[in-house]
Design a protein around this ligand. Structure first.
Ligand code: CA
Length: 236
């Protein structure tokens, strides 16, 4: 295995698309491994532990959602769904099941590569030291140093627990987007069904918001918006 190369597992049964995307990824410098079915993908996933999975949903043996759920049982490996299914229900289901992004076919190669780069750049949780490029998130007076796993407000370091940090880092990856309770819980704890998980999230969120200085009732000035019963958004 070559060093310093991201491994991308491409799961796609249509040979034309598979070849096209694989060539595109190889040219862009990724190490690409391909699977044409869900069961092949599971085997390859287990032996290669890829940095990213690009996943078609319509596969011959099982629905691609099966692989998504399989991976999410115990790993936060970024997953980009690449599907012809364009309706909102499928998107929400995939995103809430832990997909990091959803690209609808047909797509342009430029768009796909940009989104691959964005996912890899933003994905921090499974970062083994030095393996992923560093970076910073800045939004008004709030900044996050992903390498140091440190959040700052007005350049003052905020003391967060590991879980609180993971949550705000996750929200920052999805800045501007309302993330459902289920989405956040899956990303952080990997299991939505766990009893009391929403309560646990709310407690952590309350602590984060207090620590970064968000005040109830000042929605305009706050970094984080809570849509009751739906989720949280880190505002752009
Ligand atoms: Ca397909």
């Amino acid at each position: 295995m070559k060093q310093n190369k991201y491994i991308v597992l491409l799961v796609e049964d249509e040979q034309n698309i598979r070849n096209l995307v694989a060539t595109m990824l190889d040219t862009a410098g990724y190490q690409t491994i391909v699977a044409g079915s869900c069961s092949d993908a599971k085997t390859l996933y287990a032996s290669y532990l890829p940095d990213l999975i690009i996943l078609d949903l319509g596969l011959p043996d099982m629905d691609g959602m099966n692989l998504l759920n399989f991976v999410r049982q115990n790993a936060l490996t970024p997953i980009m769904v690449l599907s012809a299914r364009a309706n909102e229900t499928d998107k929400i289901l995939a995103l809430d099941s832990g997909a990091n992004d959803y690209v609808t076919k047909p797509f342009s190669s430029g768009e796909l590569l940009a989104r691959v780069r964005a996912i890899l750049r933003n994905h921090r949780f499974s970062a083994e030291e030095g393996r992923l490029p560093g970076g910073k998130f800045v939004c008004k007076d709030l900044s996050i140093d992903y390498d140091a796993r440190q959040v700052f407000v007005k350049e003052e370091a905020i003391k967060l627990t590991q879980t609180e940090y993971n949550i705000i880092a996750f929200l920052s990856e999805n800045c501007g987007k309302m993330m459902t309770y289920a989405a956040i819980i899956k990303a952080i704890w990997g299991d939505y069904a766990q009893e009391g998980s929403i309560k646990k999230l709310q407690v952590n969120m309350a602590n984060i918001r207090r620590k970064i200085g968000d005040k109830p009732g000042e929605a305009e000035q706050n970094y984080i918006t809570n849509e009751l019963g739906v989720g949280y958004r880190l505002n752009e």
